[in-house]
Design a protein around this ligand. Structure first.
Ligand SMILES: [Zn+2]
Length: 205
């Protein structure tokens, strides 16, 4: 068995789950990970971490600084996207509250670049104030990405990692349903341990 200390190490070292580089919304859902012993690690816990997450996903400029309530909004959207992914993967009805949250994020910024005029540039199109509403824009893009993921051809490959206690989601390739090599190794070790325990019980009876 993998030793507990190793499992509790910083999960930042674990590479993104399959599909999470393609879909930032999937990586957002995976930004809080369950650890053995009922613990969890949240990579969006502080405004600084949330800012860094948006920046590394190309959703914020280097000058962007999130406040505590911005980070809370990002975590709330994450919860709603997760509940939609979970219900979709289980074939259950989509929670209304989650649909409302996604649509609110989508509606909060104009979907199209607007038409402007000024003396220097004349008529030109530009996105609406992307620098003053960084979080609104980031949430809208993540909501759009989640909507695309949940309505596109990849939906049927959305799977929860099969290695307890991992809670990450991934896009399945073939029969593999682990989010990482580490999770695959842990699941195999757990199966081997269960087999040994069962045969131990039989031997002992
Ligand atoms: Zn996993």
């Amino acid at each position: 068995m993998m030793c507990m200390e190793e499992s509790l190490n910083d999960q930042r070292d674990v590479p993104p789950a399959p599909g999470a580089e393609q879909y930032p919304a999937l990586d957002l859902v995976n930004s809080v990970v369950a650890l053995p012993g009922g613990r969890s690690q949240d990579f969006l816990d502080t405004p600084a971490e949330a800012t860094r997450w948006l920046f590394t996903h190309g959703l914020a400029t280097p000058e962007a600084v999130l406040r505590a309530d911005d980070a809370a909004r990002l975590r709330a959207l994450r919860t709603h996207i997760r509940s939609l992914i979970t219900s979709s993967a289980l074939g259950q009805p989509a929670p209304e509250q989650a649909l409302d949250a996604i649509n609110e994020a989508l509606r909060s910024v104009p979907a199209a670049a607007l038409l402007h005029w000024d003396p220097a540039r004349g008529l030109h199109r530009a996105a609406a104030r992307p620098n003053t509403k960084v979080v609104d824009h980031a949430l809208a893009r993540l909501a759009a990405d989640a909507a695309d993921l949940l309505t596109g051809p990849d939906t049927e490959r959305l799977t929860a990692c099969g290695s307890t206690p991992c809670n990450r989601y991934l896009l399945r390739h073939g029969r593999r349903h682990w989010c990482s090599t580490r999770c695959g190794d842990r699941a195999r070790a757990a199966r081997a341990y269960a087999r040994r325990t069962r045969s131990g019980i039989r031997d002992g009876s």
